[in-house]
Design a protein around this ligand. Structure first.
Ligand code: SF4
Ligand code: SF4
Ligand code: SF4
Length: 368
């Protein structure tokens, strides 16, 4: 059975983003691997790798609000975090359906499942609803860790700690040399995503939970014109978020990703569109899915462009410092315990906590 039709503009955006991520991954590997053995790399560090550090981006956002300064250690993490949040706050949760590579892979796995079984599997509501709340719990934990467990000074110290400086290399090691447990968990998620569309996104992703909340505020949402609607239910049948689109006038839901699969499925031209509340369908250009995609991507690229143009894209960490630190990445210096990272003496000896919980004494040792 054929899966539902998707907007070709959205698919192009997803493929381009996937290609960018693959290039960044290859370049970062070529940059890290020689340095683990003490050799110099032949390529530079791709700043875009910081897009995979959302917690760092969230911390840098708090730092920005408190100090007005952009974190110089991972400025691209902040740029990507703000770009993702802003595009999702303007075209509801659009990062998930247009740019997120995990969302794209999840969608592909769901389509494989649809071809295999010929139908969409949805867990019963009594399982689905409690499972959906899990991602908000995970998000709540990160919000507590970033906004409430640390003082503003603690956030600054964490962002400049040795651990934070190599957190991208730690992430690379986690995926390049996965433990058996990591492989098992990834395997379960892949299989689950084949049979339950967007399993990770729907139940577990804290980023998606945050973007869903921002998306509720978005002016641009899928909107149904009840005067044109024939109540055919085609939109509801294809919605990956399992929303009753045929009954909604404005699709205001934490789960809607503005994927426009419902728009593509609707047989009545102009009945379903992504638009602002007061824009009527007589404005034909709002009907085109390409416009919504262009708007979302335009916002994201504008934020990244602004950071680049103002010189806030590449880390201030010198290549020589990376070269000195990376071979020693297994040192306790590059660890943290519950958000408390180690600082170092001038000779690199780990000596004390670089940052403290919000309620701790100002300069105590970790664990003292
Ligand atoms: S829910 Fe998370 S993983 Fe899924 S598409 Fe959105 S950001 Fe990506
Ligand atoms: S309501 Fe439409 S745009 Fe939103 S998730 Fe469902 S199919 Fe996609
Ligand atoms: S697909 Fe279009 S016409 Fe059919 S129920 Fe949905 S909005 Fe109405």
């Amino acid at each position: 059975m054929r899966p539902p039709e998707v907007s070709k503009y959205r698919r192009i955006a997803q493929l381009v983003m996937l290609a960018v991520v693959v290039v960044i991954g290859i370049q970062f590997t070529l940059w890290v691997e020689p340095q683990l053995g003490g050799a110099w790399p032949r390529v530079g560090r791709p700043a875009g790798v910081e897009g995979f550090l959302p917690i760092d981006g969230m911390m840098a956002f708090r730092h920005l609000l408190h100090t007005g300064a952009i974190d110089a250690i991972h400025p691209a993490a902040l740029a990507v975090f703000l770009g993702i949040c802003l595009m999702s706050a303007i075209v509801a949760k659009s990062f998930c359906s247009h740019l997120c590579p995990i969302g794209f892979l999840s969608e592909m796995l769901g389509r494989i499942g649809y071809r295999l079984t010929g139908k969409r599997h949805t867990p019963p509501k009594w399982i689905d609803i409690p499972l959906r709340s899990l991602k908000y719990l995970v998000l709540g934990f990160f919000v507590w860790a970033v906004w409430f467990s640390l003082s503003p000074g603690g956030v600054d110290a964490f962002l400049h700690s040795p651990y934070a400086k190599l957190v991208d290399v730690k992430m690379w090691l986690f995926f390049a040399h996965p433990s058996r447990l990591t492989i098992a968990v990834l395997g379960v998620l892949v299989v689950a995503s084949v049979f339950v569309r967007d399993f990770w996104c729907r139940y577990l992703c804290p980023y998606g939970a945050l973007l869903g909340m921002l998306g509720r505020l978005a002016p641009f949402k899928v909107t149904r014109d009840p005067e044109l609607c024939t109540d055919c239910h085609a939109c509801t049948r294809v919605c990956p978020a399992r929303l009753p689109v045929h009954r909604m006038t404005r699709v205001a839901s934490f789960e809607c990703t503005s994927c426009q699969d419902c728009v593509m499925a609707c047989p009545v031209e102009g009945c379903l569109t992504v638009r602002a509340p007061l824009v009527r369908t007589s404005k034909r250009w709002w009907l085109r899915p390409a416009i919504a995609t262009a708007l979302a991507l335009g916002v994201y690229l504008a934020v990244l462009g602004l950071f680049r143009l103002t010189g806030h894209w590449k880390t201030e960490i010198p290549a020589a410092e990376y070269h000195r630190r990376i071979p020693a990445i297994s040192s306790p210096l590059y660890t943290h315990v519950g958000g408390v990272a180690m600082a170092e003496e001038s000779d690199g000896t780990p000596v004390r906590a670089a940052n403290q919980p919000a309620n701790a004494r100002p300069s105590g040792l970790a664990g003292d």
